[in-house]
Design a protein around this ligand. Structure first.
Ligand code: ATP
Ligand code: MG
Length: 757
């Protein structure tokens, strides 16, 4: 942090200082990981403000809200509270803010809802149904991705219909349907006064394209524009930044082509190349010194990325110490991988007196977190998972948020569908469908029908609908009275019946859901109390939460000292003292699903490079030889990426030693399989004493055993137990085993991985 603003310039190297002090005109910094790109942007903004630039006239775009929060915090330390006035945030949050101000130009009101991916897919699912399309051919997910892809390339529904972008795997008829679905989807979002995530960029582009006055206003307003992680901006984002900086031409972009990991979302390295065309007078500065990592880590990362053909030329070196070699941890199973990594964390923490927050476990997909969670929990190590089932994705949170959304925007149909019968008021799906029909027949928003239900329906369903309408009207009045977000939300949580229903559910899950809702209310209180937020209305609060990304999870109880677990994608830009990259197996990483051609492989490799370069002092790799998948054991090969790391930086001596010690095990097939290393202290012992010295290859399919009642066995996933019953009738031999931890399970012996103790 910049503690004393007078000498922050002295904490920069020569090219960094040149970038901070750069005067007018475009500037581009393409440099390797950990070379201080983000630091340069931070100091530059502080420097501009110190030299009299109005913070309201600085626009700074970052990758996560968290990253921009940190940046703002640091700038505030240097220049004081003025820093709060900088226009700083993610593309989505900054442009949502502009769209709210200018909403009327596009036919929206400034209270428009933001549909998250779930809302979008739910809406698409109902449209697919209305169209009587086969939902296997037209999966909401796939259609959503098509629409999203089109929007990111600025292709509107009409453009799509008139001039379809031919996708190799679609036939013409399917393209036509997707065009129709896109059109209806867009219309319905518009009618609901709602935008999805892609619309925030798409509509900003439309706004600036069709309303030159609006563009003019922002072009003149933003004297300085900065973009971090420039390599991951897509066409739509790039066009906006280019337009916004066209007048003052003070644009600074920083990025690293080797860290471009969003090609699948339409981000395009070509932006970097185009930038030089669009701004021919661009000044480029190189940053070559890495300050983050040990030289072993920097060199290992360089050895990996050198294999990519498509890359810009640049060098990265470091003057940091050599540091420890990279440990390679081999585990027999995914559970063992969890145990070995957790134990390694435990030991390193003890030996070096570190804190939990010094550690990160990075994986390719969210689903991998489970075995690490279990193992960390057993060792009493606190952790937090970023992404996955995020706080804001939990049902009870989305329910209350839907109430809040509908209170500010009664055209929000997805919110309406969530809350109309929640808590249960006897309004079934058929009634809701009838309301929808009445609305479309009379060409009215759904709310008009609900609010005047007596005119459109009769019978016993009327009463609960009228009650619902009265409830919403009473909430609206509070908004109109200008009450702050917290007062209204607390009132809604109580009077809607949401809190009561959860309170009455006395199960553990019910209790935790109740606490979650309380936690959300606490968050709203914090939002209202924070000096940084001038606008304390419900709609301002909703705006702030609807754009939270996975990396912006609230920290429970402000307890920061936790091991961080997350996907590599969300780790971008972050750094940790000790990093574990886990699940280094073929098909998992590189991911089989992503791998169609060389470009895909190069993108996966860049992802690996991003992961390696998060580590400051110590890096470890791990992989498992077998893994549960769809309830069965799958044998895994070590990832090719393990072979690609120059083995001078791997923990070779230990590897060789361990490989020799284990020459009784069956011969290994490839070089990577020789990367056998178990930590000398045999950490697995702490959890399962009997298995610590036993190679996991002992877990052979159990129908080769002469298994009998009373036998003590170990199962790869369920642990230790005793056979209580054998069932040998027919071809499928079954054993019922009473496991110490998970109780009785009946196992099909041709699949079960058991060993007799
Ligand atoms: P990434 O590509 O991963 O986003 P980056 O290029 O943005 O990395 P920073 O995060 O800005 O790199 O810097 C990496 C680390 O090095 C940070 O901890 C930062 O404070 C430190 N650092 C950067 N420059 C210097 C310097 N001149 N002296 C000391 N430390 C520095
Ligand atoms: Mg950075």
């Amino acid at each position: 942090t910049i503690s004393n603003h007078k000498d922050y310039l002295s904490t920069l190297n020569e090219p960094q200082r040149a970038a901070v002090l750069h005067g007018e005109g475009p500037l581009m910094i393409i440099a390797g990981a950990g070379s201080g790109k983000t630091r340069v942007l931070t100091y530059r903004i502080a420097h501009l403000i110190e030299n009299g630039v109005d913070p309201f006239r600085i626009l700074s775009l970052t990758f996560t809200n968290k990253a921009s929060g940190e940046m703002r915090h640091r700038i505030e330390a240097a220049v004081g509270t003025e820093a709060r006035n900088i226009w700083m945030g993610t593309f989505h949050s900054v442009f949502a803010k502009i769209l709210r101000i200018e909403a009327r130009y596009l036919g929206y009101t400034s209270d428009f809802s933001i549909y998250d991916t779930d809302d979008s897919k739910s809406l698409l699912r109902s449209i697919i149904k209305e169209f009587n399309l086969d939902d296997k051919t037209y999966k909401a997910n796939v259609v959503f991705n098509r629409i999203s892809g089109a929007k990111n390339r600025l292709i509107s529904a009409d453009d799509y219909i008139n001039n379809p972008v031919i996708q190799a795997d679609d036939d013409a008829a399917k393209m036509k349907e997707i065009g129709r679905l896109y059109k209806t989807y867009a219309t319905r979002c518009f009618q609901a006064n709602a935008m999805d995530f892609d619309d925030l960029l798409f509509n900003t582009n439309i706004l600036f394209r069709d309303f030159p006055d609006v563009l003019y206003k922002y072009q003149h307003k933003f004297k300085h524009v900065m973009v971090d992680e420039f390599q991951d901006t897509n066409v739509s984002q790039y066009l906006i930044t280019r337009k916004l900086s066209a007048v003052h031409r003070n644009i600074v972009v920083v990025g690293d082509d080797a860290q471009s990991i969003y090609a699948f979302r339409g981000a395009n390295i070509e932006n970097i190349l185009n930038f030089e065309k669009d701004f021919p007078d661009v000044k480029t500065i190189k940053l070559e010194q890495n300050y983050r990592s040990t030289s072993n880590i920097v060199n290992a990362a360089n050895s990996v990325i050198a294999r990519n053909k498509a890359q810009l030329e640049k060098t990265t070196f470091t003057q940091n110490e050599e540091g420890a070699l990279i440990d390679v941890i081999k585990a027999g199973s995914d559970n063992e991988e969890g145990r070995l990594v957790a134990t390694a964390i435990f030991e390193e923490k003890m030996q070096k007196a570190l804190r939990n927050e010094n550690f990160a476990i990075l994986y390719r997909t969210n689903a991998q977190s489970r075995s690490f969670e279990e193992a960390l929990r057993k060792l009493g190590i606190k952790y937090r998972i970023i992404g996955g089932q995020s706080f804001y994705q939990r049902k009870e949170i989305k329910d209350l948020l839907a109430y809040l959304r509908f209170t500010v925007n009664q055209r929000d149909e997805e919110a309406f569908k969530r809350i109309i019968n929640l808590p249960k008021r006897g309004i079934g799906d058929t009634t809701v469908a009838k309301i929808a029909v009445a609305a479309s027949e009379n060409n009215l928003p759904i709310w008009e029908v609900v609010a005047n239900i007596g005119q459109y329906a009769s019978g016993r369903t009327i009463a609960p609908i009228e009650q619902f309408a009265t409830l919403i009207k009473s909430f609206k009045i509070q908004v109109e009275e200008g009450k702050d977000a917290y007062k209204i939300s607390a009132h809604i949580a109580k009077t809607s019946g949401i809190l009561r229903e959860l309170y009455e559910d006395k199960t553990v899950e019910g209790l935790s859901r109740y606490e979650n809702v309380q936690e959300l209310l606490n968050g709203i209180k914090e939002f209202v109390d924070s000096e940084a937020n001038e606008d304390k209305t419900l709609s301002a609060f909703l705006q702030s939460v609807s754009l939270l990304t996975n990396a912006d999870e609230p920290d429970d109880n402000n307890d920061h000292d936790r091991v961080t677990m997350m996907t590599i994608h969300s780790a971008k830009g972050l750094e940790f003292r000790n990093v574990f990259i886990v699940g280094l197996e073929e098909d998992l990483f590189p991911s089989q699903m992503m791998l169609e051609n060389r470009q895909d492989l190069e993108e996966e490799r860049r992802l690996f490079y991003v992961a390696i370069t998060r580590a400051e002092k110590k890096l470890s790799f791990s992989y498992a030889e077998s893994r549960y998948q769809w309830g069965r054991i799958k044998m895994c090969e070590p990832s090719r990426f393990l072979l690609e790391v120059d083995n001078r930086f791997l923990n070779v001596s230990k590897m060789v030693q361990n490989a020799l010690e284990r020459d009784t095990t069956p011969p290994v097939t490839s070089f990577a399989r020789n990367l056998i290393q178990r930590k000398p202290s045999e950490p697995a012992r702490a959890v399962s004493p009997q298995s610590a010295h036993t190679p996991s290859t002992d877990f052979v399919p159990s129908d080769t055993f002469d298994l009998a009642e009373g036998d003590k066995v170990e199962h790869l996933k369920f642990g230790f137990g005793e056979v209580v019953k054998m069932d040998v009738n027919g071809t499928d031999r079954k054993a019922t085993v009473k496991f110490n931890l998970v109780g009785e399970k009946t196992l099909l012996l041709s699949f079960a991985k058991l060993r007799i103790l």
